[in-house]
Design a protein around this ligand. Structure first.
Ligand SMILES: [Zn+2]
Length: 315
């Protein structure tokens, strides 16, 4: 029995076919091209799924899909996706009609959380919090072995928890959100304020062929001992620790998984993050929680496929 996993991103849409053990059998991707509208997107998605169905036929039993934005998992509707500029787009309905396969949709961070739970942790923990640290910050929770949705499917918007009242402006329009400090764009904005000579940073620390002042460049700078870069990462760890401490107090997870591009700078932000956790007054949840970093860039798509399989086979 195989499942299709789909990850709808702002730039690319990724498709995978995996078996129940999470083994990858096939993958495909195409440009999302959100500006051409949902109808054109569905047509391309349908064609990509059709081609997988030709190869795997009746072995396929489900489709799981993750999309960045506010998802209604009950109705399979993408209610609001700021980076795609789509509103109220029904995705699972048309896809089920086309494929005759049960189709499940969730927020992309929820699918990454399911991927972390099944692939990274092999279901060893029942209560898992996953934070996806990219341009934005998402989170997903597995509580008691089940994906937690909340009342409207919106649970896990950890990126917009206010960690600094009246603080920096966030993409959501609010101030002081976790994402406004620890999302990659926000980290680089803080770095630009502190480090005036961007060109020198690029010259010294950017990866060859990628001459940009980005989090990779900032990580290389920290590794080379640049004090400003180290300070930015340390502050990032402190902000992240503040947000995470609240979440751990609330959920008491057995394991926290950090994933996404920013998590690659772990060496430079984890000590400050862990210091904030150690300084909390209620010690038990912090002394027991395991912190893991996953470099698996496919947690979202693989997690979506496994989630679809789990739901379809339980039904
Ligand atoms: Zn926000």
């Amino acid at each position: 029995m195989l499942g299709i996993g789909i990850d709808i991103g702002g730039t690319n849409t990724k498709l995978v076919v995996v078996n129940r053990a999470g083994k990858l059998l096939a993958q495909d991707r195409f440009k999302t091209e959100a500006e051409k509208g949902p109808r054109a997107f569905l047509k391309r998605l349908g064609a990509a799924v059709d081609s997988l169905r030709r190869d795997y036929g009746r072995q396929l039993v489900s489709i799981g899909m993750g999309a960045a934005g506010d998802v209604d998992p009950e109705r399979g509707v993408l209610r609001f996706a700021p980076n795609l500029r789509w509103e109220n787009v029904s995705l699972t309905g048309p896809l089920e009609k086309l494929t005759k396969l049960p189709c499940f949709m969730e927020n992309d961070a929820n699918m990454a959380a399911w991927g972390a739970y099944e692939i990274e942790l092999k279901r060893r923990y029942e209560d898992v919090l996953t934070l996806t640290l990219g341009t934005g910050i998402g989170s997903g929770m597995i509580l008691g072995g089940k994906l937690y949705h909340g009342a409207t499917g919106t649970a896990g918007e950890a990126g917009h928890m206010k960690i600094e009242p009246g603080g920096r402006l966030c993409g959501c329009g609010g101030r002081g959100c976790l994402e406004a400090y620890c999302g990659s764009r926000a980290i680089m904005a803080r770095a630009r304020e502190l480090i005036k000579d961007e060109a020198a940073m690029i010259r010294r620390y950017a990866a060859p062929g990628k001459e940009r002042f980005n989090t990779i460049c900032l990580t290389n700078a920290a590794a080379a001992g640049n004090p400003a870069a180290r300070r930015i990462w340390e502050e990032t760890g402190t902000f992240l620790g503040r947000g995470l401490a609240s979440l751990i107090l609330m959920l008491n997870p057995g394991c926290v998984v950090l994933t996404g591009g920013v998590s690659r700078a772990r060496k430079w932000f984890l000590p400050a993050m862990k210091k904030v956790l150690r300084e909390q007054q209620l010690k038990t949840p912090f002394s027991k929680v395991k912190i893991r970093i996953s470099d698996d860039a496919d947690l979202g798509s693989h997690g979506a496929a496994l989630f679809g399989l789990d739901r379809a086979l339980k039904a």
